[in-house]
Ligand binder design. Structure first.
Ligand SMILES: C[S@@+](CC[C@H](N)C(=O)[O-])C[C@H]1O[C@@H](n2cnc3c(N)ncnc32)[C@H](O)[C@@H]1O
Length: 620
């Protein structure tokens, strides 16, 4: 509707249409694709046979429809559960991640540097969220007890259920699809999984990310002691599947994901010594002979003690006679303390590559294991390890952060199967270690637990992150450093009645009911903050945007993100306040439609005045 804020989340098929239109404008007319024309333009590049390569399962088309149905929900701020809400740069969200990913599409499209997820592995023991694109948000509200209903079946996905893999795939597909949209061009995703679904996961990730963007399948040693009662093998590893949003075809390509080197270990550095007090610092002796024989590199060298040394049989020196002389003159060749040894090259620590190329085998000594992860959780929240037993070690996620994000970029790290919130801890631990500025967004379903102190897994996540933030902030305060904060949000139905399907339906409501709702379309129990954050989200600003309140002509006006958007929620609307906003230098103004009380002349007048000043004026 012209001049109205779109309260539904981004329409994904429109987005795809826009992309096609941009590359081949000729095939789109009146907002629709002319398939025949597209087919002609694609010529040979069309699969015409009945048989296709790829993975399919019962329910796949419904899973794809699940991507397309927009969310009508919102994220409501919970200031009392947050830390330093006003300046916070991190976000925790309680809710079903499919709805949340839909709601984040506008604000975080192409903004996320790294995603880490650790979804249910489908071992037959976990609950797999049963999406239903027709019910969408309503199902979630029943599940989380926000509206009454029969609730959602909380049974686990059992292997004998039939559709065992299909259910899991249908759950994963839309989430991965939407997650990809959020990644930056140089972004990357890491997904933890075990042998149960790794093959299926890779198939759908190939489909969604493109197999050319597959980076690695890391094997992480998750256990130390074998399970001696295993029927066949004791399962000691997990996989971490890595895909880039855009993988480089070759090293020199400018765009795409760049991986960092991992920091050198102390053990590696300790191999460098300085027995001759070389001012260039510690060094390590390296063999000077090579196997690939060349006659001109085979010559005698005289040691300082006067001994003549030739390369070992069948080998030659690694460099020419002239270069060798230059190296000796530069004190880069070591003949031992007595000057009588076979010559060796001094490799200086200061001159070796600044780190290690990451490998695909991650040992528990370097990244921790399941046991360590449980201990870490227990140290922060005693007893919780028995309520929540699938945390990951902090070091494991830190390693991904080291490879995928740099301290100097303001990388956003997203985890939408957050569990106990290890990713948040890893982000802050890594920032503490290298002075980085990474930020996190975590999403976790309020999955019920058996505990009274932590009724849901989201409660565990929130409490863990509060503890970690408080611990770090104590140190940071003493050091005079800026403090960490986070904003907690929870998924709910829109604060505007017009979009609440359960309340408005043309079939069941009389026209006058509809009109009444239209006149005052804000739900009575919703606060100003609820409305502000819904508008922030639906206009595509980040959830951490700053909100400043100012008074114009005696009425309160909110400036969002340093003035990018002005929101005016007073009722009734005062003309002079709205005109006052024109001088604030913003490009966007939103106010409540109901506050015009049907005065269309005033609305038109204001719209025109704002238009002339180059301001997009919308109502809600
Ligand atoms: C294996 S755990 C993640 C553990 C986490 N990496 C940690 O270190 O604590 C997977 C989590 O995903 C959550 N989950 C499952 N379905 C979800 C959904 N639809 N939306 C959000 N979270 C979901 C589960 O509640 C569970 O806590």
């Amino acid at each position: 509707m012209e001049g109205k804020v779109e309260l539904r989340s981004e329409n994904i098929s429109n987005k795809i249409l826009e992309t096609i239109k941009e590359s081949v404008p000729g095939v789109v007319s009146e907002g629709r694709i002319d398939f025949e024309k597209l087919r002609q333009m694609l010529g040979e590049n069309i699969e015409t046979g009945q048989e296709r390569f790829g993975l399919t399962w019962p329910g796949k088309s419904e899973a794809i429809r699940n991507v397309q149905s927009p969310s009508t929900g919102t994220l409501r701020p919970a200031v009392d559960k947050s830390r330093l809400f006003v300046d916070a740069e991190n976000v925790l969200i309680r809710g079903d991640n499919l709805e949340v990913l839909k709601l984040l599409q506008k604000s975080y499209h192409g903004k996320v540097k790294m995603i880490y997820i650790d979804p249910p592995y489908n071992t037959g023991k976990e609950f797999i969220y049963p999406d239903n694109f027709r019910e969408g948000l309503d199902d979630y509200l029943k599940f989380s007890g926000q509206i009454s209903g029969d609730g959602m079946k909380l049974t686990t996905n059992v292997e004998g259920d039939g559709r065992f893999h299909s259910k899991w795939l249908s759950m994963m597909y839309p989430r991965l699809f939407l997650a990809r949209n959020l990644l930056r061009e140089d972004g990357v995703i890491f997904v933890s999984i075990d042998d149960n679904e790794v093959h299926n996961l890779r198939s759908i990730m190939n489909e969604i990310f493109g197999e050319e963007n597959f980076i690695a399948n890391i094997v992480w040693q998750k256990k130390y002691s074998p399970q001696n009662d295993a029927t066949y093998f004791s399962d000691m590893h997990d996989h971490i599947v890595v895909y880039a949003r855009h993988a480089k075809m070759n090293k020199s390509e400018d765009t795409g994901w760049n991986r960092n080197l991992l920091p050198r270990t102390d053990e590696q550095n300790q191999r460098y010594k300085n027995p001759d007090n070389d001012p260039r610092g510690p060094w390590k002796a390296a063999d000077l002979s090579v196997k690939t024989y060349s006659k001109s590199y085979d010559y005698p060298i005289t040691t300082p003690s006067g001994r003549i040394v030739n390369p070992p049989n069948g080998r030659c020196w690694a460099t020419s006679r002239e270069r060798m002389e230059a190296l000796i003159a530069d004190n880069r060749i070591w003949f031992g303390t007595d000057g009588n040894n076979v010559p060796a090259l001094k490799k200086f620590l200061s001159e070796v590559q600044g780190g290690n190329v990451p490998v695909t085998w991650w040992k528990r000594e370097d990244c921790g294991d399941n046991q360590e992860a449980k201990q870490e959780l227990k140290n922060l929240l005693p007893g919780v390890d028995t309520i929540f037993d699938t945390p990951k070690p902090v070091r494991l996620i830190q390693r991904m952060l080291q490879i995928a994000t740099s301290p100097d970029e303001e990388a956003i790290v997203l985890d939408f199967f957050a569990g106990s919130g290890t990713t948040a801890q890893a982000v802050l631990a890594q920032n503490q270690e290298d002075g980085g500025n990474r930020k996190f967004i975590l999403v976790q379903l309020p999955e019920p637990t058996d505990s009274e102190s932590y009724p849901t897994v989201s409660d565990i996540m929130e409490e863990r992150v509060r503890k970690v933030v408080d611990d770090y902030n104590r140190v940071r305060e003493d050091n005079g450093e800026s403090l960490y904060g986070f904003r907690v949000f929870s998924l709910d139905s829109s604060s505007f009645k017009t979009w609440d399907n359960s309340q408005v339906s043309t079939a069941t409501h009389a026209l006058e009911d509809q009109l009444r709702l239209f006149v005052d379309n804000v739900k009575p129990e919703r606060t100003k903050e609820d409305i502000l954050y819904e508008l922030i989200l639906k206009t595509g600003l980040p959830l951490t945007a700053r909100i400043d309140s100012t008074i114009i002509e005696g009425q309160e006006v909110f400036s969002i993100g340093g003035g990018v958007l002005y929101i005016f929620l007073e009722d009734p609307i005062q003309e002079k306040t709205l005109f006052g906003m024109i001088d604030q230098g913003t490009r966007n103004v939103i106010c409540l439609d109901s506050a015009f009380h049907g005065n269309d002349n005033l609305k038109t007048n204001i719209r025109l005045r704002m238009q002339t000043a180059g301001i997009a004026f919308r109502t809600v």
